[in-house]
Design a protein around this ligand. Structure first.
Ligand code: DGY
Length: 322
């Protein structure tokens, strides 16, 4: 029997490609340059499967133009690149890669929080610019993380992993807001207390965003929400761009409405709002929350499992269609 045909749209670990080649006729984008939507449609002609990174838009235009497509597997937990309704209408399964990046991404959330609150990037720029001439009482004074109040918006796996780090590692008081309240046992185990979104914004010394992107979470943090936060607060976004109104955040930083921010994701990335590039007290990183060798390999292998199980097993493990 002919193997199904698979498009791998970016360069990934050769060992994962080798695994996929046992089950598929594989075309991989060796150039590692993102394809335009038209190039992606062209490359998908006659193929049944797509290995995606999480940034390729799978919408009704692509689905209509690629009638052989049966499955798109993201090697990311986020799947806001999928128009799930259109995929379901075209009989195309979408899968994501949850679980395997939880702890790595939570580590990175803390790295950004610490870097922003303790002004690590600013300190390095100050030193490299030759501005460090003497000790001064108030040079690059930041905010304490230990013993402060950690606010978490979105309490899925990564939110819970952040809560554990804050509660057990840094002796923080942890509060969270989520679509639904967690079971008592999970609240006890993570040391987290459920509060309203307003209370979260008002009470957090450090607020970390970990909620999924959807129409409902678009600009969940805008000028009105930033105005409720403490002027000493830090905001960290490791979720998705678009959840924060980047222009409003840049303005809030300029006006000292909040103390600092750490961002790994941006609306319209890889471009970054020019206001943020110029804003003070903000640490900016290029969407690397899950970027460690073992975790990237685990994510790629999980996407591969989903593809292999769809064609040769009991069905995909992580479907996102309802
Ligand atoms: C995810 O998996 O959604 C992370 O943001 C990495 O892309």
């Amino acid at each position: 029997m002919n193997k199904p045909s698979l498009l791998v749209c970016r360069a990934i670990a050769p060992e994962v490609i080798a695994r996929l080649e046992q089950h598929f006729e594989v075309r991989a984008n060796q150039a590692d340059e993102p394809w335009s939507p038209a190039q992606l449609i062209e490359a998908l002609q006659g193929r049944q499967a797509l290995f995606a990174t999480g940034s390729e838009r799978i919408d009704s235009t692509l689905l209509q133009a690629c009638p052989d497509l049966r499955i798109c597997a993201n090697m990311s937990v986020g799947f806001n690149n999928f128009d799930v309704e259109a995929m379901t209408a075209h009989g195309v399964v979408g899968t994501n890669a949850p679980g395997v990046l939880t702890e790595t991404t939570a580590d990175f959330g803390f790295a950004l929080l610490l870097a922003a609150a303790r002004r690590v990037s600013e300190g390095e720029r100050y030193l490299r610019a030759g501005r460090w001439k003497r000790w001064q009482y108030d040079t690059l004074v930041g905010s304490d993380v230990h013993g402060s109040t950690l606010g978490i918006l979105g309490m899925g796996r990564i939110g819970q992993a952040l809560a554990r780090r804050g509660y057990f590692g840094f002796g923080m008081k942890v509060i969270y807001h989520n679509r639904s309240r967690l079971e008592d046992s999970v609240e006890r185990e993570t040391g987290a207390r459920y509060v309203s979104k307003q209370e979260l914004l008002r009470s957090a010394d450090h607020l970390v965003l970990v909620l999924p992107y959807s129409k409902a979470s678009l600009h969940a943090i805008g000028a009105a929400e930033l105005a409720l936060m403490k002027p000493t607060a830090t905001l960290v976004n490791i979720a998705r761009g678009g959840i924060v109104d980047d222009a409003a955040l840049a303005q809030a930083l300029r006006d000292r409405r909040i103390a600092a921010a750490g961002l790994d994701v941006y609306e319209g990335e890889p471009s970054v709002h020019p206001g943020l590039l110029e804003a003070p007290r903000v640490v900016l990183t290029p969407h690397i929350g899950s970027a460690t060798g073992p975790t990237r390999l685990a994510m790629a292998n999980l996407a591969a499992d989903n593809l292999i199980n769809f064609f040769c097993g009991d069905g995909p493990t992580n479907p996102v269609n309802p």
